[in-house]
Structure formats: C-alpha cells, structure tokens
Design a protein around this ligand. Structure first.
Ligand SMILES: *[C@@H]1O[C@H](CO)[C@@H](O)[C@H](O)[C@H]1NC(C)=O
Ligand SMILES: *[C@@H]1O[C@H](CO)[C@@H](O)[C@H](O)[C@H]1NC(C)=O
Ligand SMILES: *[C@@H]1O[C@H](CO)[C@@H](O)[C@H](O)[C@H]1NC(C)=O
Length: 322
C-alpha cells in the first residue's frame, strides 16, 4: 500500500513537473520545429510556416539562460519561405535555449520551447582524413575535434562499382578500419562523423560526407570511372577494327565474285562502234544483210550472248525508225 502510494506520488510529481514546465515556458502546441546546432557554433530553427501559420508573418525571439537574467533577443537572420519567415539562424551561446514564435507585432505567443542545445548537435565534416593501407586492410583516421569526441563515431562507407549499396563500418572517433578489399577492384570511400543517439543527441545527426576518394590496390585514383572508361574504349576500338576488317573481307569476296560473274555472264561488252563499222564497211549500210551474215557465222548456237542481244536491240530500234 505504501509502495503504491509512493509510486502514485512520484507520478503525480512528474505530471506536475511536466505541467509546470510547459506552463512556465508557454508550450502552447506541440508543433514541429526542426532544430539543428551546427557544430555547437550556430543554431538553425525552422518551422513549416505555410502549414502552421498560413498568411501570417511570425516573429522569433530566443534566449540562452546562462546566469541569472534572461535577455530575449530578436532573430538576427530570418530564413524565408515564399517571403514569409520560416526559420531563424543565430549563434550558439550556451547549453539551455528557450525560443518563442510570436505574431508579427509580438503581442501573442504562438509557440515556445526550451531545450538543451547539446542534444541537437550536427558535427562538422571530419578534417584531415587519412587512409592507411596494409595489404587488404585500410585504416581511416581524422583529426580529433576539440569538443565532444566521446559523443562521436567515425563512419566509413565503401563500395566497388559491382556493389549496389554502400557497405558501412562505424567505430570510435577517430579511427575506423576494414579489411578484405580485392586488389583488382576500384573502391569508392566516404567518411563522416555521427553523434551517438540517444546518449548525446536526441536527434540522429551526422556530419555531411567528406569528399569521396577512390582506391584500387592501395593506390589513390581520380575516380573509378577510369576503369570502366578505358575498358569501354578498348571495346569500342576493337569492335571498330573488327568492323573494318569484316568490311574489307566482304568487299574482297564481292570483288572476286564480281570478276567471276563478269567472266561467265558478260565475256566482253561489245562496243557498238564496231557493229556499225561492220555495217558500213562490209554490208554497205544494209542492216538486214549484216544480220544474215552474222547469223550465218554464229548461228543460233549461242543465243543470248552479249553480241546477239545487242544486235537484236539495234535491229529493233531500226525497225522503229522505219
Ligand atoms: C516578413 O518579415 C520579414 C522580415 O522579418 C520580411 O523580410 C518579409 O518581407 C515579410 N514578409 C511579408 C509577406 O510581409
Ligand atoms: C498586433 O497584431 C494583432 C493582429 O495580428 C492585433 O490584433 C493587435 O491589436 C496588434 N497589437 C498591437 C499592439 O499593435
Ligand atoms: C593532418 O595529418 C597529418 C598526419 O596525420 C599531419 O602531419 C598534419 O599536420 C595534419 N594536418 C592538419 C591540418 O591537422
């Protein structure tokens, strides 16, 4: 009974505390704001202004509750969405922050919140990242940040061009290693710093990725595309050569065939000049006489030879002329 009473009173105290907190800091609605503390240097607080405060240009006030007094400050740099204030940027000046979103003239509070800035840290990119290779093993290190090293993890991601997704490996700041790299493959690597959740951050923030680097058999490359490019270039060159050879081959075959065809089908193309020399010299212009003469000499044993065809053609045209 006493135990239950104790529990109840504890819950009651907790409820009271939460109530008191939300009252004292004027937490009106649990609207969603996005809070980022960039490397414990700069705060960025944003809100979906069009959804939350349509048609209103709200104003933002904040204070760091260090020491006894609270000095409320107006937002030094607003972020705008379609010309309406949708966020505020300001310097991180302490651990405990209270902010308030008011209507435009500051007469009505629309939202407020109090928070520990440490829980919203987004770290900077790792600095001075070095890769140390030994056989198929890589060890990546970076400079230790000045503050909060215990809250940081160094994350290494890598992939070869045959991998679809990134492989990930995370370790204590500021050293991470991985092994089993194929010396024939080119790998992309990237690293970032992560804040530990939920012990250090309430939101899962990581730094941006440090620029990708490319490695093959412990040698730093400009990119892994080179490998693909040179390969495809060789392929293109080879296929071009093949195509050229094939065309030459086909042309040669055609030439041979053509020569054979010429010999068998059209022995020699007769020059009509000579037909008419015959006509005028031997037969004194009498075409019928020449035809008879030719038929006597050649007969019809070789019908369809070039000469015969020609003569028939010529005789036809003569008939037409008559
Ligand atoms: C809202 O206020 C900001 C400055 O606080 C101003 O730059 C902006 O033009 C205002 N927008 C509208 C729609 O009045
Ligand atoms: C502030 O603006 C509200 C409307 O947004 C208006 O009702 C109120 O009278 C204004 N107060 C002052 C002091 O101008
Ligand atoms: C980067 O690291 C190397 C070796 O780890 C060190 O010699 C150099 O001073 C570092 N540079 C910076 C800017 O910290």
């Amino acid at each position: 009974m006493r135990l239950i009473f104790q529990e109840c009173s504890m819950i009651f105290t907790l409820v009271n505390l939460v109530g008191a907190l939300s009252q004292s800091f004027g937490q009106k609605d649990a609207i969603s704001t996005t809070i980022i503390n960039f490397n414990n240097e700069k705060m960025q607080i944003t809100w979906a202004t069009r959804k939350l405060f349509p048609g209103k240009n709200v104003s933002f006030y904040y204070t760091f509750e260090e020491g006894k007094q609270k000095y409320w400050k107006t937002c030094p740099t607003y972020l705008l969405t379609q010309d309406y204030n949708s966020g505020c940027l300001f310097k991180t000046e302490g651990c405990t922050l209270a902010f308030s979103i008011m209507n435009s003239n500051g007469s009505e509070e629309l939202f407020s919140k109090r928070l520990k800035t440490d829980f919203y840290i987004k770290p900077n990119r790792p600095e001075n990242v070095t890769f140390f290779w030994k056989d198929d093993t890589v060890t990546v290190t970076c400079n230790k940040p000045e503050r909060g090293v215990k809250c940081l993890r160094l994350e290494l991601q890598y992939k070869s061009k045959y991998d679809k997704g990134w492989q990930s490996r995370t370790s204590k700041c500021c050293r991470v290693g991985e092994q089993g790299f194929d010396p024939r493959k080119c790998y992309s690597f990237r690293v970032r710093l992560k804040r530990i959740v939920p012990f250090c951050n309430v939101v899962d923030y990581s730094s941006d990725w440090e620029a990708e680097t490319f490695w093959m058999n412990s040698i730093l490359l400009d990119s892994c595309d080179d490998e693909i490019k040179t390969q495809s270039n060789t392929v293109i060159l080879l296929s071009c050569l093949m195509a050229v050879f094939l065309m030459i081959f086909i042309l040669l075959i055609l030439l041979c065939k053509w020569q054979r065809l010429q010999k068998s089908v059209m022995p020699t193309i007769p020059d009509p000049k000579y037909i008419f020399t015959d006509l005028f010299n031997d037969h004194s212009g009498n075409f019928q006489k020449m035809l008879d003469h030719n038929q006597q000499h050649k007969g019809f044993e070789h019908p369809g030879t070039g000469e015969d065809l020609h003569i028939r053609e010529v005789s036809k045209s003569y008939t037409l002329l008559d």
